[in-house]
Design a protein around this ligand. Structure first.
Ligand SMILES: Nc1ncnc2c1ncn2[C@@H]1O[C@H](COP(=O)(O)OP(=O)(O)OP(=O)(O)O)[C@@H](O)[C@H]1O
Ligand code: NI
Length: 353
């Protein structure tokens, strides 16, 4: 890893590995443009895990897939914003340059390992390919490295399994192989979108433990999308809460779990985290993304909404009092608000249920 280490220490102090700013993505639909992601901003520092959370349809996948332009354009379109990797905007790269980024620096792991593997080739061949695509090494060296990777991701008896086809592995093992393929590129950032949802519950924990272990080993950053609050609590360093394409709240996992600041996060997190515990489903629906209402996107479902919440733009991300990094897009945290109102309401809600 010596080479990798040098490359990483070159990064300028203070520049995050990934910096997403004002990311705004629309889809052309029969009913006109649909704004799936609207002004999203967050950073991912080297070696940390950032979790994107929010209900279904809140824009998590679109955010994650726009970073490397995996979403199909058209119908998708980046209206504005940047996604900088080490200060270089990925969204303005050519498709050829982007392919290099995807192969080398950013790897994706999706929900279903089935789609990431080619059923016509042995897993050994596929991982070896993934290595040789971006590194000029001999077949023998690539094979050695493949065996090491298979071993690292917990495939028992790697030497014999090298020549097996994907269908000869269980779902959990397949996802391990996908992780091995992702690691083959020695990426700086792993983007994992619900990587365990398609797996049995007992296997989910193992794959998550694997991600945690390889992250430490490879000093890699992870952008993780999950519905599972227990997973957020265990793996995340920082949390980004999305609702209807907007960031509602951001902060360290300690801060956000200790005292969710936005009323949306409060209802979303209104249960004790434990692995396998899904996000609570909350009353009402996401606003229509073709024609979102003015004001805060969450106002229609918010117990604390007052008149100003229904007018103007989504509030800025205000610093949350007495925290280091937490911010919330809610007027109660703004200059004219009293956040104590939200705290009181939240604790009252907790004792009810
Ligand atoms: N190709 C597309 N065409 C039109 N609309 C799309 C397209 N892809 C996504 N959307 C819309 O963008 C919005 C955000 O979708 P996205 O998949 O990012 O949500 P998500 O937070 O990942 O949800 P889930 O938890 O269900 O995966 C949704 O309203 C979705 O319908
Ligand atoms: Ni999604």
């Amino acid at each position: 890893m010596g080479q990798r280490h040098e490359q990483r220490t070159e990064r300028q102090q203070g520049t995050p590995l990934l910096s997403v700013r004002d990311l705004t993505v629309e889809f052309d639909t029969d009913r006109g443009p649909l704004r799936a992601v609207d002004g999203v901003e967050f950073d991912v520092e080297q070696g940390e895990t950032v979790c994107l959370v929010g209900e279904s349809g809140s824009g998590k996948t679109v955010t994650a897939e726009t970073i490397t332009k995996l979403i199909r354009m058209p119908p998708g379109r980046v209206v504005r914003g940047v996604a900088e990797l080490d200060g270089r905007d990925l969204l303005s790269l050519s498709e050829r340059e982007l392919r290099r980024v995807r192969g080398n620096r950013i790897a994706h792991v999706f929900q279903d390992p089935q789609h990431a593997l080619n059923h016509c080739f042995t897993v050994g061949w596929q991982i070896r390919e993934a290595i040789q695509v971006h590194e000029d090494v001999s077949d023998a060296a690539a094979r050695e490295r493949t065996l090491t990777l298979l071993d690292q991701v917990g495939i028992p008896d790697a030497t014999t399994r090298y020549d097996d086809y994907p269908h000869e592995f269980s779902g959990g093992m397949k996802q391990r192989i996908v992780v091995a393929m992702a690691l083959a590129a020695n990426p700086d950032l792993l983007i994992a979108d619900e990587p365990t949802t398609a797996l049995d519950v007992t296997i989910q924990a193992q794959v998550l433990d694997l991600l945690e272990a390889v992250q430490a080993e490879y000093d890699m950053s992870i952008l993780l999308i999950t519905h599972d609050l227990g997973v957020v609590a265990e793996l995340a360093d920082r949390v980004v809460v999305l609702y209807a394409g907007k960031v509602m709240e951001r902060g360290s996992v300690y801060e956000v779990f200790d005292a969710p600041a936005h009323p949306y996060t409060q209802v979303l997190f209104d249960c004790l985290p434990g692995r396998g515990r899904p996000l609570r489903s909350i009353g009402g629906r996401l606003p229509d993304l073709h024609d979102p209402p003015p004001g805060c996107r969450f106002a229609a479902r918010c117990d604390y909404a007052r008149d100003e919440c229904h007018t103007g733009d989504q509030p800025p991300l205000y610093d949350v009092e007495e925290t280091q990094t937490q911010t919330a897009s809610c007027v109660y945290h703004g200059p004219s608000g009293d956040p104590a109102v939200l705290r009181d309401g939240h604790s009252a809600g907790e004792s009810d249920g």
